[in-house]
Design a protein around this ligand. Structure first.
Ligand code: NAD
Length: 285
C-alpha cells in the first residue's frame, strides 16, 4: 500500500530534534523525502541548549533507515539566503518540493530584556516567513504549507505575562497564526494550502530542561523533570502533562497529505482541551 505522502518532498526547519525530527521521520515513514535544516548552535537569550550536529545526524540516520532520502544542512532560519541555498540544493537533489513545515523556534521565557523579545521574533516569525519565501518558487498546485504556532498564540495571561522574552514568544506565535490565515488567502486560488498547528506543551528539549523545571516548580530548590510533570498536568483539564511529538506529527501528516486536499486556513489546537474554557471563538452561539 502506498504511503500517505508517497513521492512527495518535505522541507522542515528545526529538524535536528524534537518535533522537527519526529515530523521528518513520520513523513518519511509515509513515503516522503526530506530537506532538513537546523541552526545547530545556541541563542543567548534562550535559556536552554538548542540542537547540536549529532542531533541532525540522528535525524538523517532515522530517515535513511526507512529507505528515504534526506538532504540535511546547517542553516539559520533568520537568514533567508541560507534557507534559499538549503532548499535549492534539496530540490536539485530530490527533484521537487510539496510540503513546507516551518517550525524552527525558540522560547525566550524568563529572559526579561528587549533583546529577548527581538530574538524570538527573528526566529519564530521572520524564520517562518523566510522558510515560506525560500520554498515559494518550488511550490505548485496541491502543495501544503504547515506553520507551527502554539497555544501561547491563543491564550492571554500565560507565557505573555512572564516578561519581555515570554511576551515575545506569545507575540511571535500570534503573528504566525495571523500569517497562516492571510497566506491561505494569498495561495488559495493556486490550490496551495496553508494551515497552522497550535500545540500545548510538548515533550521536547524546549520544555524538558532545568529552566522549565524551575519555572513550573519555583517552590523547589532543585526541581527535576519528575517534579515538573504534576504541575504540567494540573493545567490540563484532561490531566495531560504534555503532548508527545508523535501527537503533533500526526496532525502534520494529515495537513501534508492529500487527505486534507481541500482544507486550508485552519488553526488546529492540539491542547488537551486547555482552551475550551477560555474561548468560544469560532463556535456558533
Ligand atoms: N515544546 C513545546 O512545549 C511547544 C509548544 C508549542 C509550540 N512549540 C513550537 O514547536 C516548534 C518546535 O519546537 P520543539 O518543541 O521541537 O523544541 P526544540 O527546541 O526541541 O526544537 C526546536 C528546533 O529548532 C532549532 N532552531 C532554533 N532556532 C533556529 C534557527 N534560527 N534556525 C534553524 N533552526 C533553529 C533548534 O536547534 C531545535 O532543533 C517551535 O516552533 C516551538 O515554538 C513547542
Amino acid at each position: 500500500m502506498p504511503g500517505r505522502v508517497e513521492g512527495k518532498v518535505a522541507f522542515i526547519t528545526g529538524a535536528a530534534r524534537g518535533q522537527g525530527r519526529r515530523h521528518a521521520v513520520r513523513l518519511a515513514e509515509e513515503g516522503a523525502d526530506i530537506i532538513a535544516v537546523d541552526l545547530l548552535e545556541d541563542i543567548e537569550t534562550a535559556p536552554y541548549p538548542l540542537a547540536v550536529k549529532a542531533d541532525l545526524d540522528e535525524t538523517v540516520r532515522q530517515v535513511e533507515a526507512l529507505g528515504r532520502r534526506i538532504v540535511a544542512t546547517r542553516a539559520d532560519a533568520r537568514e533567508l539566503g541560507q534557507l534559499r541555498a538549503a532548499v535549492d540544493q534539496g530540490v536539485t537533489e530530490l527533484g521537487r518540493l510539496d510540503i513546507v513545515v516551518a517550525q524552527a523556534g525558540i522560547l525566550t521565557m524568563g529572559t526579561n530584556t528587549p533583546q529577548a523579545f527581538l530574538d524570538v521574533l527573528q526566529v519564530n516569525l521572520v524564520g517562518v516567513i523566510n522558510a515560506v519565501t525560500a520554498a515559494a518558487p518550488h511550490l505548485g498546485q496541491g502543495a501544503s504549507i504547515i506553520l507551527t504556532g502554539s497555544t501561547a498564540a491563543l491564550l492571554t495571561g500565560s507565557v505573555d505575562i512572564t516578561g519581555a522574552g515570554g511576551l515575545g514568544y506569545a507575540h511571535s506565535k500570534r503573528q504566525v497564526a495571523r500569517l497562516g490565515h492571510d497566506l491561505a488567502r494569498v495561495y488559495v486560488d493556486q490550490q496551495i494550502r496553508v494551515n497552522v498547528i497550535h500545540p500545548t506543551n510538548v515533550e521536547t528539549g524546549m520544555m524538558d530542561n532545568e529552566f522549565m523545571y524551575k519555572a513550573f516548580r519555583p517552590d523547589l530548590e532543585q526541581p527535576t523533570r519528575e517534579d515538573m510533570i504534576p504541575s504540567l498536568a494540573s493545567k490540563s483539564p484532561m490531566g495531560m502533562p504534555w503532548l508527545s511529538p508523535d501527537d503533533v506529527s500526526e496532525a502534520v501528516l494529515y495537513f501534508a497529505s492529500d487527505a486534507s486536499r481541500w482544507v486550508t486556513g485552519q488553526q488546529l489546537k492540539l491542547d488537551g482541551g486547555q482552551l475550551l474554557s477560555d474561548t468560544d471563538a469560532g463556535v456558533p452561539a
